[in-house]
Design a protein around this ligand. Structure first.
Ligand code: G1P
Length: 182
C-alpha cells in the first residue's frame, strides 16, 4: 500500500510521467495573481541550465511556516537572486533570510535523483526543500522574488482574503458582491 510521505515524495511519484526534462511544480494552495512569475522563472531556469524557485519576502514571524532560502549576493533589478541553500520550516531565529519558497518551482530533471537521496526531515516527511538543497549544491539555482499578489489558502486568513479579493474582481459577481459587503 502506497501512502503519502510528504511533498518531495509526491513530486517523486511524477518521475515517469515527466521523464528527462525540466518541469514545473505548482502547489495549488498557493494562489498567484497571474502567471507572470512562473514564466519569468522558466526563462531564468532555461538561461542558466539549472532550476528556479518562486520567492516572497515575509515578516520574520512568518518564516517558520515555510521553506526559507539562503542567498548569494543581492536580488537584482528583475527580482532574480542566486540561491546557496535552503531549510524547511526553520525556527524564526535560525532562518537564513526573510525570503520564503512560495509554491512555484521550475526544476531540472536532476531533482528526481536528489529526491531519491532525501531522508525524512521536518515533520518526518520527505521534504522537497531538502532535495532542492542538494540540487543547489551541484547546479545553477536561482530564486525569483515575486511582486504579484499571492494567497496562501492553507491558512484561514489567506483563504478568506483569496475568496474576497477574487470575488471582488470577478466580472460576473464583483459588483453584486461589493454592494453586499458595503
Ligand atoms: C510547502 C513547502 C514549503 C513552502 C510551502 C509554500 O509547505 O514544503 O517549503 O514554503 O509549501 O506554501 P507546506 O505548505 O506543505 O507546509
Amino acid at each position: 500500500l502506497d501512502v503519502p510521505h510528504g511533498l518531495g515524495h509526491a513530486v517523486g511519484c511524477a518521475r515517469e510521467a515527466v521523464g528527462d526534462a525540466p518541469f514545473a511544480v505548482l502547489l495549488p494552495d498557493d494562489i498567484m495573481g497571474d502567471s507572470s512569475l512562473l514564466s519569468q522563472m522558466a526563462d531564468v531556469a532555461e538561461a542558466s541550465g539549472g532550476s528556479a524557485v518562486g520567492l516572497k519576502r515575509v515578516a520574520p514571524s512568518e518564516v517558520s511556516s515555510y521553506g526559507v532560502v539562503e542567498t548569494i549576493g543581492d536580488v537584482d533589478a528583475d527580482g532574480v537572486v542566486r540561491v546557496r541553500s535552503m531549510v524547511e520550516k526553520p525556527a524564526m531565529d535560525e532562518a537564513p533570510s526573510d525570503l520564503i519558497l512560495i509554491g512555484r518551482y521550475v526544476l531540472a530533471a536532476d531533482a528526481f535523483e536528489a529526491i531519491d537521496r532525501v531522508t525524512p526531515g521536518a515533520n518526518g516527511e520527505i521534504q522537497l526543500t531538502d532535495a532542492l538543497k542538494m540540487l543547489a549544491n551541484d547546479a545553477p539555482f536561482h530564486g525569483v522574488v515575486s511582486k504579484i499578489s499571492r494567497y496562501d489558502t492553507g491558512t484561514p486568513f489567506g483563504w478568506l482574503t483569496a475568496v474576497v479579493d477574487l470575488a471582488l474582481n470577478d466580472d460576473q459577481i464583483g459588483a453584486q458582491f461589493r454592494a453586499w459587503l458595503q
